[in-house]
Design a protein around this ligand. Structure first.
Ligand code: ADP
Length: 301
């Protein structure tokens, strides 16, 4: 099943244009939607999850018209929103069982089998009888995935799942995501570049409501290979470097500022070539003027 998003636009009542002519083709597997805060990721995720209306455009998931046939989408959707409330005094076991009933799994024995398997899969077996109020952030996210996986969804949407998780919880959560079915379309929306490089076979970069790049992380890195240069500068020199060179990022390291530049040739003799990373691809994509201003389509790598 392929998810096709075509010319999707959304402007909020206050005039904020959250999505501007977004088109993406998303095959089964893990797809990373990467963008800074305010880029439009959650708006796109909510439209795909049938929780919000688009102004223009079309979306299809296999044969399903996502914007019109919301019931069919909901039957095959697993959605882990950015924020969700859980009943703190209910046990995980009772709540998952309850959601399973809502998902239409009415046969008691079948439901038990599914619920048992999900607790196993999300590594919450030992905590299933605990109240959700006692769960850590990482456990809550894993429980959210268990809920999202009920009913074998063909479309799984996970919105900013690792924000706020400590490093160990993040790794555990990403490992869980990596095991999700290869036959489902899984969209991971995030502002964390490493989430995408660790997990996703395809990705898009979104900024200010527009797709800046769509492709494979490896191929995107390949496209800037040999074009990334770095130099340590004093903080006071930074404005000068930003004016004179195509700086894509600056980072503090051991008290000095490291400047990274994207250029075909050495920008100056004191720059050294460095290995390109997905972070370079990301910052370079964010530096591009909006596609509309350019008068052309976004780069496809
Ligand atoms: P992201 O998930 O990438 O952080 P969002 O989709 O939440 O981005 O937001 C995109 C833009 O739309 C932002 O400028 C945000 O302030 C704005 N926005 C989001 N929700 C609303 C809303 N309900 N009303 C008005 N503006 C909104």
């Amino acid at each position: 099943m392929v998810l096709r998003i075509e010319h999707l636009s959304k402007t909020y009542g206050n005039g904020t244009r959250a999505l501007n002519d977004v088109s993406l083709t998303i095959p089964p597997g893990m797809f990373g939607l990467l963008g800074p805060n305010g880029a439009g990721k959650s708006t796109l995720m909510r439209i795909l999850a049938t929780l919000q209306e688009a102004d223009r455009g079309s979306v299809s998931l296999g044969d399903i018209d996502v914007l019109r046939d919301k019931e069919s989408v909901r039957r095959t959707l697993g959605y882990l929103p950015q924020e969700f409330g859980l009943y703190p005094k209910v046990t995980a076991e009772d709540l998952l069982d309850h959601f399973a009933v809502l998902k239409g799994i009415v046969d008691r024995a079948e439901r038990k089998r599914i619920v048992d398997a999900l607790f196993e899969q999300t590594n919450l077996e030992g905590a299933r009888r605990k109240h959700l109020g006692s769960y850590s952030g990482g456990m809550r996210q894993r429980f959210g995935i268990a809920v999202a996986l009920l009913g074998n969804p063909g479309l799984i949407i996970v919105d900013e799942p690792t924000a706020g998780l400590d490093p160990a919880e993040r790794v555990r959560f990403l490992n869980l995501l990596s095991e999700l079915g290869e036959n489902s379309v899984v969209i991971l929306s995030t502002h964390i570049v490493d989430d995408v490089s660790d997990l996703c076979s395809r990705m898009a970069i979104i900024d200010r409501g527009e797709i800046r790049l769509e492709g494979e992380p490896m191929a995107s890195i390949e496209a800037v290979r040999g074009k990334i240069w770095m130099r340590a500068v004093d903080r006071a020199e930074l404005p000068e470097y930003q004016r004179d060179f195509p700086v894509i990022s600056t980072k503090l390291s051991a008290g000095r500022t490291i400047v990274r530049v994207l250029a075909d040739d050495p920008p100056a003799h004191d720059f050294e070539p460095v290995q390109a990373t997905l972070e370079d691809v990301y910052f370079a994509a964010l530096r591009q003027p909006a596609a509309v201003a350019q008068g052309g389509p976004p780069a496809i790598v």
